[in-house]
Design a protein. Structure first.
Length: 255
């Protein structure tokens, strides 16, 4: 699945960057001003070595590079990396497929960040297993995903004719069903991708199985000040858009 998504991102890169930088769309502003703030508050005070998985344009990478001295950035294809940020902060970069075994690193990491990545990955068991191999004992794994409840609210909107959604037949199977759905970022037809819907328990139980303990969860709420600027988000104030989870790596065991 991820190979198809990578090719889609490569073809959509210029459109995404243009929308992100020039149009100030609500979803991008939400990501920069609300979700980023949530994740920033969940970061550990210190980390000797950091791995930022799915760096993309590098907006969160910049924050990591300012806070920590040694940051390695990842993307599944080199063309998707923001080369300017890599040069500015003298970062190390790696490209590898997240659905295959990770490459060998010369060291382990104190902090691994995966911001808005896991929804594109079909096999998160592999991801969790590989992360536990490259993270230090008591290291932090910080994950941000589209909140699972968001997809179910789309079903309810469709059911009561509030908003049409072509994924209705899948969504109506309910919150506990896991499936792939198509979603446009910023409602732009050129930014349509496949996402994997999972329950919160699937995320937590998968990482717990590989030695990670969940110690903090945040579901950032949209403030009224944001609604004033982006009134089209008013119907989103009653559900969270993101699920942010902080895990700690427990004593190393054999899995």
């Amino acid at each position: 699945m991820i190979t198809k998504q990578i090719n889609k991102w490569k073809n959509s890169k210029s459109t995404y960057n243009s929308k992100l930088l020039t149009e100030g769309l609500g979803i991008f502003e939400y990501e920069r001003k609300i979700n980023t703030k949530s994740l920033k508050n969940m970061l550990p005070d210190k980390a000797r070595r950091v791995l930022d998985i799915g760096s993309g344009r590098g907006l969160f990478t910049s924050l990591l590079a300012k806070k920590y001295r040694n940051v390695t950035v990842h993307e599944s294809d080199r063309s998707l990396l923001n080369q300017d940020i890599i040069k500015l902060y003298n970062l190390t970069f790696k490209t590898f497929n997240l659905e295959l075994p990770f490459p060998k690193f010369n060291h382990k990491f104190d902090l691994i960040v995966a911001k808005l990545v896991l929804m594109y990955i079909e096999n998160i068991d592999n991801f969790a297993s590989e992360c536990q191999k490259i993270i230090l004992k008591n290291g932090t794994l910080l994950i941000s995903v589209t909140h699972p409840i968001l997809w179910y609210t789309r079903y309810l909107e469709n059911k009561f004719n509030i908003k049409e959604d072509k994924n209705y037949d899948k969504l109506k199977s309910g919150y506990f069903s896991e499936y792939k759905i198509s979603k446009r970022i910023g409602d732009n037809k050129n930014l349509e991708f496949e996402f994997v819907n999972r329950t919160i328990s699937t995320y937590i139980n998968t990482f717990s199985k590989y030695g990670f303990r969940l110690i903090e969860v945040d579901e950032p709420k949209i403030p009224k000040s944001f609604i004033k600027k982006f009134p089209n988000f008013n119907h989103r104030t009653d559900v969270p858009l993101r699920l942010n989870m902080r895990f700690i790596r427990l004593e190393i065991k054999h899995f």
